[in-house]
Design a protein around this ligand. Structure first.
Ligand code: ATP
Length: 422
């Protein structure tokens, strides 16, 4: 049974196929050590006698195939052992994908492309992490793509992105993100600019195809795509569009029969659709918790997960940069130039005159070197936050992960804001 405890150290003995679940209290941390046996966190094996630190708000599950002993120290909210987990189903899914990879390898074709879908809080990101980790443990290098703009696992919230994974996720910090490919979207929901969202998903798929063509290993390892929990109406259309753009072979539907049946009816037969159970351990998050975790993600980008990064702050002259936003307010068709559709304006680049309204906004630094490039469909190199604007001096101050100078001078404004208070 779940119970609360504050302790100096508590030992948990896990039998085979059991899982230890715990959450870390706000403003606290928990130290974890595996003293015996073998265990894994979302597909990454724990090292024996290594002390892992989990920060405030972490929700953790340590699963064991053969049994292990775990010692926790610090303030965990609930900590309990569960024997009911979907891990066997998940590992079977992995085994089926691995067979597809072997076939692809032998025939020199493309490995499986998997879209993970389902409502919010069913463990989509976690399933992606498990499947990617298991693939990597077998020596594969799959692409992990994230088109959930709400959380921004790859870049920041308001972006979509992908990376080739060659090492299992770090227990504390997740997948190493040395060179993720990230696109600026600018909003926290796909619904805020549906046209742009779909366009960027297609663009991401295109670039992944190019990357796959360059490497046989990546190509046969396949692509695992995490999606947003938005599954009705336009959200459902966006999922179908993503399935098409990535030419997926498999769709894993977590915990929703209705969505499963709907997809079965709507997608071509060669797409395998599987319904998977969710884990009872996945914790539901309120709107407030989601907003908080978005904020934490941005703070983490600048300050590091354990406050171990030292961001820079400097002034940028209005004249030294070109600032844009993507998408003009849509006008009725009758007001548009002949031949232009109102949807075109949604993906249009609009120059912005710097003003106080930039304050607290997140800016993406485009990789584009000139305004003649297709900036909307160009990836971004990193992010800034505007911490003050001085109209008299025509400068604004930014929080930046790296010192001056900026690597490029084309900046894209997000809707998303971040207040730099600790
Ligand atoms: P979203 O709707 O935001 O896309 P999601 O469906 O992707 O959410 P996850 O992010 O995978 O869900 O999981 C939600 C939270 O639950 C995460 O903090 C994750 O670490 C935690 N979690 C996942 N599986 C378990 C488990 N078996 N036991 C305890 N916590 C878990």
């Amino acid at each position: 049974n779940p119970h609360y405890f504050h302790f100096q150290g508590q030992e948990f003995k896990l039998q085979a196929h059991a899982e230890l679940r715990f959450e870390v209290e706000a403003k606290a941390s928990v130290e974890l050590e595996m003293t015996e046996g073998r265990g894994e966190m979302f597909g990454t094996e724990l090292a024996k006698n290594k002390k892992y630190i989990f920060v405030s708000g972490s929700k953790v599950a340590i699963y064991t195939w053969h049994g292990c002993t775990i010692v926790l120290k610090g303030k965990a909210e609930v900590a309990y052992i569960s024997k009911e987990t979907p891990m066997v189903v998940y590992v079977n899914t992995h085994a089926a994908l691995e067979q597809m990879r072997q076939k692809a390898e032998a025939e020199n074709t493309r490995g499986p492309r998997i879209l993970v879908v389902g409502p919010t809080d069913v463990g989509k990101s976690t399933l992606c992490r498990i499947l990617v980790n298991y693939a990597v443990r077998l020596g594969r290098s799959p692409v992990l793509a994230d088109i959930d703009v709400g959380q921004g696992n790859m870049g920041l919230p308001g972006t979509i992105g992908a990376l080739v994974v060659e090492r299992t996720a770090d227990v504390e910090e997740g997948f190493q993100q040395t060179a993720p490919l990230v696109f600026h979207y600018g909003h926290k929901s796909p619904n805020d600019n549906f046209q742009l969202y779909n366009m960027l998903v297609s663009r991401l798929a295109e670039i992944i195809n190019v990357r796959c063509e360059q490497s046989k290993k990546v190509n046969c390892s396949g692509v695992i795509i995490n999606t947003a929990g938005w599954i009705r109406g336009a959200g459902y259309e966006a999922l179908k569009q993503a399935a098409g753009a990535f030419e997926v072979d498999v769709i894993c539907v977590l915990d929703q029969e209705r969505l499963y049946n709907q997809l079965k009816g709507d997608l071509p037969d060669f797409v395998k659709i599987v319904l998977l159970p969710k884990s009872g351990g996945v914790v539901e998050r309120s709107q407030a918790t989601r907003a908080e975790s978005r904020d934490n993600r941005i703070r983490e980008y600048f300050y590091g997960l354990k406050n171990n990064f030292f961001p820079h702050s400097f002034d940028v002259r209005f004249n030294d940069v070109k600032i844009f936003k993507v998408g003009a307010p849509s006008l009725p068709e009758s007001c548009l130039p002949l031949g232009m559709k109102s949807q075109d304006s949604q993906t249009k680049l609009v120059p912005l005159v710097p003003s106080n309204s930039l304050l607290h906004h997140v800016l993406s630094i485009s990789a584009a070197t000139t305004v003649d490039q297709d900036i909307v469909e160009t990836n971004v190199l990193g992010f800034l936050v505007v911490t003050s604007v001085d109209m008299d001096k025509s400068v604004f101050t930014v929080l930046s992960p790296a010192p001056r100078p900026l690597p490029r001078n084309i900046l894209l404004v997000m809707d998303i804001q971040f207040m730099d208070i600790k």
